[in-house]
Write a protein that binds this ligand. Sequence first.
Ligand code: FNR
Length: 186
Amino acid sequence: IPATVAVFVGSLRKASFNRKIAHILADIAADSLKLEIVEIGDLPLYNQDLDDEGTPPAAWTAFREKVKGFDAVLFVTPEYNRSVPAVLKNALDVGSRPYGQSVWGGKPGAVVSVSIGAIGGFGANHHLRQSLVFLNVPTLQQPEAYIGGVGHLLDDDGKLTNEGTRTFLGKFVADFAAWIEKNRAH
Ligand code: FNR
């Protein structure tokens, strides 16, 4: 059975390049991995009082339960001001609590950063990795995936027009699948 991968997209806008890349990755991976986007836009901002008082919002509880069911995690994110968009950081925080009940620990993961700019979201990619170290997500190191200049890689329908990028993403997916096989709980 192919491993299941929860995909978190760090942008909420309808025309998000990151969401398009996430869909492309799901297509490329179809034979080896089952990628599913888990929505994070409706998660209330993390507030520890709500866990301490035993009244976590239903959206947090549903999110935590959902993520627990996946074999692996994939983050596809833009860079906001050289860091991780707040919506994605919030999802990490919500999933990490209550203390001792993190949904992240031990799940193999990978990071793809996507930008219209030339640096390919390097700052976001690495700030995210800092949290993933603490959250005990064994994260694919190579190939690193910094997708820069994304505005030139897709057509109006969100289809990849750049063959070099397709080859790269194919290699990324294959190596991620092998990484999951090696690190997932069996
Ligand atoms: C950006 N953008 C951006 N790009 C980048 O390469 N480095 C950065 O630090 C930032 N900072 C930033 C902050 C904020 C608040 C916004 C809204 C945007 C540009 C960003 O890469 C661009 O908007 C992408 O298109 C966002 O990804 P989606 O929404 O297309 O997936």
